[in-house]
Structure formats: C-alpha cells, structure tokens
Design a protein around this ligand. Sequence first.
Ligand code: GSH
Length: 285
Amino acid sequence: MVKAKAGVTSASTTRVRTQTATKPNSSAKAASSKTGAAVSADSSALKPKAIQRPIDFYYWPTPNGWKISIMLEECELPYVMRPVNIGKGEQFEPGFLKISPNNRVPAIVDPDGPGDKPITIFESGAILQYFGRKTSKFYPEKERERVDVDQWLFWQVGGIGPMAGQANHFRHYAPEQIKYAIDRFTNEVRRLYGVMNRRLEDREYLAGKYSIADIASWAWVVSHQLQGQNLDEFPNLKAWYDRIAARPAVQKGHAVGRELRQTQHVDLRSNVEVRRKNFNPRMRP
Ligand SMILES: N[C@@H](CCC(=O)N[C@@H](CS)C(=O)NCC(=O)O)C(=O)O
C-alpha cells in the first residue's frame, strides 16, 4: 500500500507496509496487564507486542538501506518508508541530522521503543540488532550463538561494507580514474569475498542459522558487479547468495523504493553541488 504522508525531507512519498493494527500503546499496556506478566518497563518494550505502531524508516535504496528493508519484511514489522534522497543531498537537512547524526541512511524511529517510549536509531548494525532483540528473530539469544552472529555482523559493518563502498566509489564515481585506489579496494573486496567463500564451505549461513549477519552481508553482495567481482569465482558464496535471494521477504525488502531510483535519481557524477556536499567533508555542516 502506498500513501502520502509528510516526512522529514522534502521528498515526502511514503510507503506503508500492510498492517493490522495501529492503536496506541495504552491498548498494548492493557493487554499485557491482563496477562499479569511481571516484566520491567524496559524489557517489555523489547518483546514482540500484540500491537506495534508503524516504525518510521529513513531510507534510500542502497546496500545499507536494503539491510533494514529486508529485516523489516523478514520480521513482518509495520513501517512507513520515508525516502531520503542521498543523490540530492537530503541527508544533510537539519531535520534528518536530529535522527541520524552521521548524515547517513538508514535510520529508524520506533514509536514503541524501550519503556514504551519512542526510540531513534542510526547505524544499520545497531538497527538490525535492535529488531533482532525486539522480535526474537534472526538473532539468537544464547550467548555463544549470539557472539557468532555479532562477529560476522561487525565484520560486515567494519569490513566488507566500507571496502565495497570505496571500490564502488573509485570505480564509478570518482572524478578521475585512480588505478592505485581502484586496485586497492577491488582487491580487498575480492579478499573479503574469499573469506566468506571459505566460511561457507561447510555451512549454509555465516553464523549458525540464517541471521542478521547474512542479511547484512547479502545486501552488499547484491552489487558485486559494481565492485568488480565475479561470483563464479566463489561457488560457496554464490550458492549462499542464491539461497538468500530466493527468500520472499528478501525479494520484497530489496524491492522497497526501487522506483525512487528511476523517478528521483540524480547522477552524482554530473551534479557538482551534490558531489561538493557529499564527497568533501569540509563542506559538510
Ligand atoms: N555505517 C553506516 C553507513 C551508512 C551509509 O554509508 N549510508 C550511505 C548509503 S549506503 C549514505 O547514507 N550515504 C550518503 C552520503 O555518503 O552522504 C551504516 O551501516 O548504517
């Protein structure tokens, strides 16, 4: 279902995931008090609720954004997608800065956060862990299993994400083709694909069962061609990629906002002002 609703940014097209209930928290409180469950205000907010209000999801269809659109779909959480056109520089608008102090997507505001109060979260890894704890899905509760997921999640956030981002930048967006930079980042991404390929030699997923670690890395492997990689060189990785791509929620999440790229796309190479803001940190507020 697609609805128009005012957003933080000037682009206010929003998309609302099908939802069954939008009643305020008081109903949820009443429902839980009937069960007599003795839970602290904080922990109760991290458990799935009978009634969850839509989560505001600040997004642009990019690898870091897909991680969250896929997780929202996998967890069947209701959300309102609020586009932040990073090609037009909307990530630098003051309203968005309050939500995402790093001026980047994705970010979320969950009206039903801990203590039954809204919570704002930026950084895709933190958002994935939050949804994992909130829904008890794709993020195991046993410490040993959770540590396994965490190490691969952090490997993605600190490793393959930034390296693949730089490879993509120097291959496709840099004003000049710098061979040293292209080789350095393309080769490092290749090494990291090799790490995943070895890890997946004797298992179906990166850390135990399908988890937020797989969702995070998959979203980056999607753009392997832009990063100068050939999945045929990595058979275990390719099988993993296809296995995850076959999941209906992954397909749905990956398709969120796809039309925005066509209707609102701005080519960063030809938009001098946006590039000045996006790629020169000294110009940023
Ligand atoms: N570490 C951040 C990275 C977020 C990030 O780099 N987002 C990109 C889109 S994939 C962005 O907002 N770029 C806008 C810009 O560079 O100004 C995360 O994992 O959430």
